[in-house]
Design a protein around this ligand. Structure first.
Ligand code: FES
Length: 106
């Protein structure tokens, strides 16, 4: 069973940036691409304990880079696309409810 949790308003996150949210035990990196696309992935690199939301967002590739050693992760699948990380990070479904950005947590 999943729960829908409000993270923030659309205006709280700038296009092509990421922001961290802690929801219970879940560390979530919310990423906005352009005006209308939102992705939520685990905000802990699978290589070591560093925050992906502090890394560069590559909007054209739908990827975010871990600033520590340079692995990039797909915002759509959570899979790493560059070494040294080899394991995916979790992904969460994002929904808009009016101006509210909601994330589905199971
Ligand atoms: S901690 Fe992220 S690539 Fe090493």
């Amino acid at each position: 069973m999943s729960e829908s949790i409000r993270l923030c308003s659309v205006s709280d996150i700038k296009p092509d940036t990421a922001r961290r949210f802690d929801v219970g035990p879940h560390r979530i990196a919310l990423v906005r691409i352009g005006e209308n696309e939102f992705f939520a992935i685990g905000d802990k690199c699978s290589h070591a304990d560093y925050s992906l939301s502090e890394g560069e967002v590559y909007a054209d590739q739908y990827e975010i880079e871990c600033w520590k050693h340079g692995s990039t992760f797909s915002l759509k699948t959570g899979e790493p696309t560059v070494l040294p990380a080899t394991k995916p990070v979790p992904t969460y479904e994002v929904k808009l409810n009016g101006d509210n950005i909601m994330v589905e947590i199971s």
